[in-house]
Design a protein around this ligand. Structure first.
Ligand SMILES: C[S@@+](CC[C@H](N)C(=O)[O-])C[C@H]1O[C@@H](n2cnc3c(N)ncnc32)[C@H](O)[C@@H]1O
Length: 211
């Protein structure tokens, strides 16, 4: 029997994956990314496979990257019935096992917001461009820069810490990367990028590889 970890609010296994599927569909639509069983999806920060299950239904193949061997082991077990997912243990800042220009779509949710170093977030942006085919698209969620979002986040961290959760730790708080650095990382690595705020605390980089 698993406990379903941190992400989402579903009380049971079925609800956990249903919520992951609904969020995956909604967020792909938000980014304007059209899934296809002819295409390959790369997910950065797959966790226990909550959204990966949905990607494996909507894509021909899925590469699911995570920095945690434990998460990958749980995900592999949870998706033992899916044959089109390759599980990839990542370094935490690059996609080095993945060959250049081989991926149609890259997606990352509730992952880069926890990465504590700006250089690692920017590396993921450049690496996303590197692995995308020309015309390939990506949606990457990061923390929204700016003091308003920082204040809202900080209040949330303090509130959760008061309830005994370790959310003041650097690996929970993550970092905010200036807009200019996000734009530069995407464009120098060959992608067109649009920054789309979603809510007051998060921003999506919606990218298309153009050169
Ligand atoms: C909150 S979970 C979210 C999982 C999934 N995206 C979802 O929405 O269900 C965050 C995941 O990101 C992974 N992660 C954290 N830092 C990472 C990094 N630098 N590179 C890759 N994965 C990372 C964690 O191990 C964890 O599995």
């Amino acid at each position: 029997m698993h406990r379903y970890i941190a992400t989402g609010s579903a009380p049971d296994r079925e609800g956990f994956f249903r919520q992951g599927a609904e969020e995956a569909d909604a967020l792909l639509a938000f980014c304007g990314i059209e899934a296809s069983t002819e295409k390959t999806m790369l997910e950065i920060g797959c966790g226990v496979g909550r959204m990966t299950r949905r990607f494996s239904e909507r894509y021909g193949s899925v590469l699911a990257v995570d920095v945690s061997p434990e998460m990958l082991a749980r995900a592999r077990e949870n998706l033992a019935d899916r044959s089109n997912v390759e599980w990839v243990l990542g370094s935490g800042s690059d996609l080095s096992p993945i060959t250049d220009a081989t991926i149609d779509h890259v997606f990352s949710y509730i992952t880069l917001q926890h990465v504590p170093r700006q250089d690692a977030v920017l590396s993921y942006v450049r690496e996303t461009s590197r692995v995308l085919r020309i015309g390939g698209e990506a949606g990457l969620q990061v923390r929204r820069p700016g003091w308003q979002a920082a204040v809202i986040d900080f209040a949330g961290h303090v509130g959760r810490a008061a309830r005994g959760r370790p959310t003041l730790a650097a690996e929970w708080r993550g970092t905010r990367v200036p807009v200019a650095s996000l734009l530069e990382a995407a464009t120098v690595s060959g992608s067109r990028v649009e920054l789309r705020p979603r809510g007051r605390r998060h921003l999506w980089l919606v990218m298309e590889r153009v050169t």
